[in-house]
Ligand binder design. Structure first.
Ligand code: TXA
Ligand code: MG
Length: 349
């Protein structure tokens, strides 16, 4: 398949190109598009055939449900059984934005889109190109992240092209994703809301609006025997090709241990990368040092994480050692993704 690659500037949207992209969806095709979190791989959410095509293009197991993206809050009514009070409150505060809500689905949404579940995940992105594209496509875009299943989610068109060129009809290049980690997911189908995937909208922010919010135990705990409630969270996800280990402890000891481990691996002819923070970067003396940003700026760490993991793949890194991060606020999302990328391999010192 020949994949058409177009560029759209969020601040000066080319309506003609957006119309073309929308038409591809209406004709049953697939289009990758930018959002504020990561790039999405879009198809018509109300068509079972389009959803099947998405699974095929990503190489994704079909029990892993897709998020339905909308551009108008009113469009939620048609795809859920009931817009609950909590859903209204959250939409009011955080939409459009990086928050996904799970509600009971209506008959309009095919089971192919929801991976066989009777609930549906819904998000209204704030990215202007995403919103214009969703409208042009008829209002309902099913979109997982636009990576091949198992790889880190793409935060720039370069990585969408790497994974999807030849597999889908069009890629909209909208530059770098601002946030860089996938949306926060909250399940509103039960009595008490449950955080299924941490993201830029933090647990603390959700509690401000909802009061009590439970947290899926599997988010930060690798030993937890329960199954994650978001089916996609059970897969080893977000993973680079190289072997990633997190080293956690006091800065001085972490640096010493990583230096030791990196030297040892290099001695065995392995290509090594160290994911460091700005504060410590110049204290490492082995491997390729990549600074992810300052410990004081979690937005930058979130924004850079997947790019660094992808760079490690580009550079054929065999072994990666990373510092650990605080797990409060946005740190909960950063550590959730980092732990998954590491297969929960952590050295505590
Ligand atoms: O930021 C994002 O959310 C990006 C952009 C493109 O919007 N999308 C994204 O989609 O990350 P994906 O498919 O990579 O992740 C969706 C997650 C999966 O873990 C899936 O299992 C979960 O949402 N999910 C979807 N529908 C669900 C449902 N009805 N119940 C429980 N989990 C659900
Ligand atoms: Mg994904």
């Amino acid at each position: 398949m020949n994949t058409k690659i177009i560029k759209i500037d969020e601040e000066n949207i080319d309506e003609e190109l957006i119309k073309q992209a929308g038409q591809i969806i209406k004709d049953g095709g697939l289009v990758a598009f930018p959002t504020e979190t990561v790039y999405g791989l879009g198809g018509d959410a109300l068509s079972s055939d389009s959803s099947k095509k998405i699974y095929a293009a990503k190489g994704r197991p079909s029990d892993n449900p897709l998020i339905v993206h909308i551009a108008d809050i009113k469009d939620m009514d048609a795809i859920v059984l009931k817009v609950t009070e909590n859903a209204k409150k959250l939409a009011d505060r955080f939409w459009p934005g990086p928050l996904t809500m799970i509600l009971k689905k209506s008959d309009r949404v095919p089971f192919e889109t929801t991976g066989g579940l009777d609930s549906v995940a819904i998000r209204m992105p704030v990215h202007k190109t995403a919103a214009a594209f969703i409208k042009a496509a008829g209002g309902y875009i099913a979109a997982p992240s636009a990576n091949i299943s198992g790889k880190p989610s793409p935060t720039s068109a370069k990585y969408v092209i790497q994974d999807m060129d030849g597999r889908i009809d069009m890629i909209i290049d909208g530059g770098d994703s601002g946030i860089g980690l996938e949306s926060t997911i909250v399940d509103l189908t039960g009595e008490i809301p449950v955080l299924l995937r941490p993201g830029y909208i933090t647990l603390e922010q959700l509690k401000e609006v909802l009061g009590q919010v439970d947290v899926d135990k599997t988010i930060l705990d690798g030993d937890c025997k329960e199954r994650p409630k978001a089916p996609g969270m059970k897969y080893r996800h977000y993973a680079p090709k190289g072997d990633l280990t997190i080293v956690d402890g006091k800065a001085k000891e972490v640096i010493e241990r990583i230096n030791e481990l990196a030297r040892e691996a290099e001695g065995k002819d392995k290509k090594v990368c160290v994911i460091a923070t700005d504060e410590n970067a110049d204290r490492y003396d082995a491997g390729i040092i990549k600074s992810i940003g300052s410990r004081n700026d979690e937005d930058i760490i979130a924004h850079r994480l997947y790019t660094i993991l992808r760079e490690c793949d580009d550079e054929n890194i065999d072994i990666i050692y990373s510092e650990s991060f605080d797990s409060a606020g946005i740190g909960q999302a950063i550590m959730n993704r980092l732990l998954k990328a590491a297969g929960h391999h952590v050295i505590h010192i």
